[in-house]
Design a protein around this ligand. Structure first.
Ligand code: NAD
Length: 384
């Protein structure tokens, strides 16, 4: 294990870049630099956090041990390849990868085939370079999900079915809702989180009971554009600017042991982020609360009192009773993911959320889009 702090270079100086940097607190790691598409935003980040602004990933790579990719998903694969070529470890935000062409031009089958080939190639590039890759799926690191992992491993529980969700009323990003920028809509943008959680838990069950991960083999999926329905009555509380992506998805996952999970995701939920996984096993039942969690109930008589405080993610107004975070990034795992990445990279071991899980999540999502095009018919998840 090295003694010097791990040197991170962050690509992307927006929301995710900032929370990755802040969550390094107390760790043997340091952010040495940042780069982003716009000079003004990377310089503002550099000034705020006392790091160096680089004009590009290429310029930053020689000075770092890890490239931390917090840019929009269409750039993830390119930056993973650059880091691997330079022999630098990678942390990469969700969604791992996607297909960034218009759904008017490309069929969902073409998207799945292209993504499958790309994932195969990324796996080869990463393996040949010998780098470690941490996929920043924070659900894996949520304290409630880690507690459930422990229960499964210690009791050798068999998971029979799961339900899981991530929903809230849209995204702050102006390019959310554009397929060629995001690779899809709710299913990839939000659904990747609960899907990641359920695939992770079945993997862990398989390893605990039979020494082999249990993988998804098939999916059935429906997607809908509810805010585009002629009957939708817009009261102004929900975002509606989705160009060519769905705002609701339901993904039914079938695992190789015949057990199942149902993942729901949408942009149609008011009241802040609604994130959970519920596990129905042969010896227990667990509801993993991710957000909100009932730790701090805060009453705010007037929204002006807390206008500038971040109390609860994606809530529309800081007024009334609020289930406030005890700490940003605690219950949803964003704090703990950086711990695992830093320690695993210093120790030279695979992180808990690794490339293999990122690959399965991505394949299940695009198999889901093929299924949705066929109005829910079962589609095999490729095994690569
Ligand atoms: N895990 C989570 O809960 C979570 C939350 C938010 C965002 N994310 C993910 O993090 C990533 C970034 O999202 P965000 O919300 O921070 O977006 P953002 O719009 O706030 O910031 C994106 C940053 O990337 C920069 N950028 C864009 N294209 C680039 C390129 N090709 N090269 C270099 N820089 C580029 C922009 O200039 C900006 O600084 C996305 O993949 C998103 O899905 C994850």
């Amino acid at each position: 294990m090295q003694n010097a702090p791990l040197r991170l270079g962050i690509a992307g100086s927006g929301f995710a870049g900032k929370f990755h940097h802040k969550n390094l607190r107390g760790l043997p790691a340091v952010t040495v630099g940042v780069t982003s598409a716009r000079a003004s935003s990377r310089e503002a980040f550099a000034q705020e956090f006392g790091v160096r602004a680089y004009a590009s990933v290429d310029e930053m790579l020689p000075d770092v041990d890890v490239l931390d990719i917090c840019t929009p998903p269409s750039s993830h694969a390119e930056y993973i390849r650059k880091a691997a070529a330079a022999g630098k470890h990678v942390i990469v935000e969700k969604p791992f990868h996607g297909f960034f062409g218009s759904p008017e031009t490309f069929s969902k089958e073409e998207m799945l085939a292209s993504v499958t080939e790309e994932l195969r190639d990324i796996r080869r590039v990463v393996a040949e370079s010998g780098i470690l890759l941490g996929y920043a799926e924070n659900y894996i690191y949520a304290p409630s999900v880690q507690r459930e992992r422990e229960v499964i491993e210690k009791t050798k529980a068999q998971i029979l079915r799961m339900t899981a969700e991530e929903s809230h009323s849209g995204s702050h990003s102006p390019v959310y809702g554009i397929w060629s920028e995001q690779g899809g809509g709710s299913l990839i943008g939000k659904g990747c989180h609960p899907l990641g959680g359920v695939l992770y838990l079945k993997r862990k069950e398989g390893l605990a009971r039979n020494g082999k991960p249990i993988r998804p083999v098939a999916v059935s999926c429906r997607t809908h554009s509810i805010t585009k329905q002629p009957a939708f009555e817009d009261r102004g509380y929900l975002r509606t600017t989705y160009k060519d992506t769905e705002d609701y998805a339901f993904l039914h996952v079938i695992f190789d042991d015949g057990m199942i999970a149902d993942v729901m995701t949408s942009e149609l939920v008011l009241g802040g982020v609604y994130d959970f996984i519920e596990v129905y096993a042969n010896n227990h039942r667990t509801r993993c609360h991710i957000q909100p969690v009932k730790v701090v109930d805060l009453y705010s008589p007037d929204k002006k009192e807390f206008a500038n405080m971040d109390l609860m993610e994606k809530i529309s107004s800081n007024e009334g009773w609020i289930q406030a975070y005890p700490e940003f990034g605690w219950s949803n795992g964003q704090f703990y993911e950086m711990h695992d990445f830093v320690h695993s990279m210093r120790e030279g071991r695979q992180p808990e959320c690794d490339l293999e899980l990122a690959i399965d999540i991505t394949l299940a999502i695009y198999a889901g889009y093929v299924s949705a095009d066929r109005k829910g018919a079962e589609v095999a998840v490729p095994s690569i």
